[in-house]
Write a protein of this length. Structure first.
Length: 244
């Protein structure tokens, strides 16, 4: 009978768990695996967070490909990472300057700003989580060179979205004290988000640069439209329930 090796450390397996590193003998990711384990990932913290974040920001393809290949023990769960970074990003909004308190803002503009602020605070995190499956489906339709299933595309989208959250956390933090330096940092990081996403998609999906970038642009455009539609629909429902 063919014997398998641990996908995390390559030790020969004699049972369900590796005798060297303790990782479970894992098969290819499926939607069932995600449903069964996502809550466990969210509720448990381990010291792989810093390592995962550092490598993810520098070489996202390394984290994503190794995680998909079964080397999951040394990496922070993508779903847990998304929850954490989205929560931190939402927290930064609390410290941003309140535009509704600006002395030169008109009454109609103030009312609109107040409504938008409430909607953003209530639905920002929800729209991010709702957008992940849609973005994964878009990527599955666009990037076919590598045969990833939907669950694996979820991992790719979740990891890259978590990294983008980190960029945005820094950008919004800079907006708490606006000056020449913080504006410059925000612009550089804003450009960096696109460069990071394009590079990650090209490397992970093993596309040629021009084709990969064009597909990444199309993916981002469609995902942004869907994200905006989600936000507007949720916002409209909330507005008619509480403001009419």
């Amino acid at each position: 009978m063919e014997q398998s090796t641990c996908k995390n450390c390559d030790t020969q397996l004699t049972g369900r768990f590796c005798s060297n590193c303790g990782q479970q003998n894992l098969d290819r990711l499926t939607s069932g695996f995600i449903m069964d384990n996502s809550m466990g990932y969210i509720l448990n913290y381990d010291n792989s967070f810093i390592h995962t974040l550092k490598v993810l920001l520098i070489k996202p393809e390394t984290v994503i490909k190794e995680y998909l290949a079964g080397k999951r023990k040394k990496y922070f769960s993508p779903f847990k990472l998304l929850l954490l970074t989205t929560s931190l990003l939402a927290l930064t909004f609390v410290f941003l300057p309140d535009v509704t308190k600006q002395p030169n803002i008109g009454e109609s503009s103030k009312e609109f700003a107040e409504i938008f602020k409430v909607l953003f605070e209530r639905f920002f995190s929800l729209t991010i989580f709702l957008a992940i499956p849609a973005s994964a489906l878009i990527n599955k339709l666009l990037f076919k060179k590598v045969d990833y299933n939907f669950a694996e595309h979820l991992v790719v989208t979740t990891y890259t979205s978590s990294a983008v959250n980190v960029f945005n956390i820094i950008i919004y933090t800079c907006q708490m004290d606006i000056n020449v330096f913080t504006v410059a940092v925000s612009i550089i990081l804003g450009i960096g988000i696109f460069v990071y996403t394009f590079r990650a998609y090209v490397k992970v999906f093993e596309e040629k640069w021009i084709i990969g970038i064009l597909k990444a642009i199309l993916s981002n455009i469609i995902s942004s439209i869907l994200y905006l539609m989600e936000f507007l629909i949720l916002g409209a429902i909330y507005y008619f329930l509480y403001y009419r």
